[in-house]
Design a binder for this molecule. Structure first.
Ligand SMILES: Cc1ncc(COP(=O)(O)O)c(C=O)c1O
Length: 397
């Protein structure tokens, strides 16, 4: 038979092949991989989940195994709504929360709700690759805005907003951005608010790493200043478990919320209710802050160890941005070298990094690369960085 696929699915996935090849190569058991971004299993509370699962099945088994409502399990939505107080956002109601299949689904839902072909959409440059891929499914005109060490470049943002007043939204990751590990300073945060206030440009805040801060202080969520102009994404993936696939979108604009809900109902009826109930039970019966603190301390030690190794083994000219949380470090090769070349040569020596290229809307053959520290042992971190140092030294020669 001749397969007659839709034009939409035939459209090349933005950077999809490139990323798939990196991840496939990095997945080999013989490779030291700093290319991915797996949370450390220390964050998976296995016995507690077992107890929560048992309790849910015993006390509420029929509900847990039955179809459920699109917005999500009320107890979980109440917990999420209350959590916003720790980010300076008060008055969030459980009704404002839609539980999604990871925050990844919320990105695609938001793209679906907001983007018509050709619509300008502002993003940090570089930004989370899979957000770019989600938005690209709807053929937007993606306008990248440079990231500085303290957040988005506000002069460039102001210029982009002026040039594209019809931009539908801006997508930002204000804490330990993926890929750069950078966070917004209070000054940049305030300036972004000033630029956007009074416009019809929504701000989509993605915040998976905020709870993983081990030093310094975080800015409040943009939702504290922008009210319903800000939609906030969140996830349990980095603090409890990615496997249960529980994330959310907090939307305080009722019209948008209704549209997102009707789209989600069409896409999947609802997020796995069994997972939602087990997670809600886990949160009720355990001290999740103490749990997150364990992960935070482990990542602090790993990040500091990796930075230590980088200072020791990387040759002069290779720089990196120190981090205060999250799961990644962002490094830059000297002028004239490319991260794709480092990736290839590193792989030949058994070490994989993630070149920066797929995180940029337009730039290619960049000098920047991302390395992950959350899920490698100290020995592997030292061995991998030592080898990378030798490869970089060869490239510089
Ligand atoms: C910035 C960012 N947003 C969203 C996600 C998706 O996470 P999940 O779907 O597991 O909630 C990730 C995953 O790494 C991420 O880095």
């Amino acid at each position: 038979m001749q397969l007659r696929l839709s034009q939409a699915i035939l459209k090349p996935d933005f950077q999809g092949e490139f990323t798939a090849s990196i991840l496939a190569a990095a997945a080999s058991p013989d490779i030291i991989s700093f290319a991915g971004g797996l949370p450390n299993p220390v964050s998976f509370p296995i016995p507690e989940m077992e107890a929560a699962t048992k309790k849910v099945l015993e006390q509420n088994g029929v509900t847990a195994l039955q179809y459920s409502s699109t917005a999500g399990w009320p107890a979980l939505r109440r917990w999420i709504a209350k959590r916003y107080e720790t980010m300076g956002v008060y008055g969030v109601e459980a009704d404002d929360i839609i539980v999604t299949n990871g925050s990844q689904q919320a990105l695609a839902m938001f793209g679906m709700a907001m983007i018509d072909p050709g619509d300008p959409v502002l993003v940090e440059d570089p930004t989370y690759l899979v957000a770019l891929q989600s938005f690209h499914m709807f053929n937007p005109n993606v306008i990248p805005v440079t990231m500085n060490a303290d957040g988005i470049d506000c002069e460039k943002l102001a210029a982009a907003v002026k040039a594209h007043p019809d931009a539908k939204f801006i997508y930002v990751i204000p804490n330990f951005q993926n890929p750069t590990g950078l966070s917004y300073s209070q000054q940049v945060h305030d300036k972004v608010v000033e630029i956007l206030k009074g416009t019809d440009i929504l701000l989509l805040e993605d915040n998976p790493y905020r709870e993983l801060r081990f030093a310094g202080t975080a800015t409040d969520s943009f939702g504290a200043d922008l009210g319903e102009q800000c939609c906030m994404l969140g996830t349990f993936s980095k603090i409890v478990t990615p496997g249960m696939r529980i994330g959310w979108i907090c939307v305080r604009n009722q019209e948008l919320r209704a549209k997102l809900m009707s789209y989600k109902a069409t896409a999947d009826l609802h997020t796995n209710i069994f997972s939602q109930m087990v997670l809600a039970q886990y949160l009720e019966d355990n001290d999740v802050d103490a749990h997150i603190e364990k992960t935070r301390q482990l990542y602090k030690q790993k990040a500091e160890w990796m930075m230590d190794c980088m200072r020791r083994y990387l040759p002069a000219g290779v720089s990196f941005t120190p981090t205060e949380g999250g799961m990644f470090l962002w490094a830059t090769l000297p002028e004239g070298l490319t991260a794709v070349d480092l990736y290839r040569r590193g792989l030949e020596r058994g070490v994989a990094i993630c070149p920066g290229d797929p995180f940029y809307e337009t730039e290619r053959n960049v000098r920047t690369f991302r390395i992950n520290y959350s899920n490698s042992s100290d020995e592997i971190i030292e061995k991998g960085i030592r080898i990378l140092g030798e490869v970089c030294a060869d490239m510089i020669k």
